[in-house]
Design a protein around this ligand. Sequence first.
Ligand SMILES: O=C(O)CCC(=O)C(=O)O
Ligand SMILES: [Fe+2]
Length: 366
Amino acid sequence: MSTTTTTTTEESAPVTLTLAYDKGIHEQYKYSEYLPVYDNQTHFPPLQPFEFKDKGAAADKAKPNLLSKDNAELKVSNLTPVIGTEIRGLQLSQLHDVQKDELALLIAERGVVVFRGQDFKDIGIEKQKAFGRYFGPLHIHPVGSHVKDHLELHNIYLGPDNEYRARNKNNKLTTVGYHSDVSYEHQTPGITILTLLSVRPTGGDAAWASQTAAYERLSQPIKTLLEGLRAEHSGFPQAEGGRRDGKFVRREPIKSEHPIVRVHPATGQKALFINPGFTKRIIGLRDEESDALLKLLFKHISLGQDFQVRVRWEEGTVALWDNRVTAHTAITDYNVHNPQEGLRHGFRITTLADKPVGVNGLESTW
Ligand SMILES: O=C(O)CCC(=O)C(=O)O
Ligand SMILES: [Fe+2]
């Protein structure tokens, strides 16, 4: 069931919102103000270029402020040798700027950093947005549901009343779909912050793959070939899928041609920057060549358990990852038709970063 309501924002006339959930199911829910709605009216112009300075670029590699020896509560553990760090005993909400800079570098180095026991979900929407904005301008998703009056908070929710995302995968053998968030943008996301407000007793983990390690494993001839190439990333299928499902597309889809090997501005590390979610073809190759090479690389990324990490959500978990050096996937191994088993709901804040730069300064085009 969906109902509609109206709201007034400072700049605009009342807009129609479609509630994407059944009020009856979630009436008692503590985070009901975060439940998904669709603004069916506000249309955004294309994103404009902006100067980006990576917060991690000037940070101290030893991270003496973030990982201070004076913090007796602090527990830092590597989830795998290659990717993923878990931190307990430190509140994201309390970090000062120098600590945030070191965190940006840590996320770039480790791909994903998982903070446990966080009060972040309870600090209020304005502070949550301000935290994200420290790292870069906040992305507004062109299609997805969001939090009422806050389009920058992309909703993470698959329920009986918001099934269109799950339905896209209905005819697939698996729900696993590695991607880098909205990689079709001209200046693609850097850090994404995913906060779950309600977690299930089991099910709904997420996984990340290190694109730095995925690149590193390739043979030198393939590395050299890929370093000279760009690939097309497209937002069109996502927008068309949304329209097909009756969703409002709030910004017209675009494509970008990004270097296949991307150099991270803070670490200088090379990473594969293609993903099965949004990358469509390799520029300059024949169709069969492009298909074969992308198939090889997508298989490599998706099957490389030895450079992946799977994270179980706990009450109070916040995960932060760098989309420039990782691909990630939700793992929808639960029955989205039965919220009685437990609600999985949260929000994503996505910060935009640099226009990708490849090896020898290879630039993105569009
Ligand atoms: O729900 C999840 O675990 C991840 C969903 C996702 O891909 C995202 O938030 O970017
Ligand atoms: Fe994602």
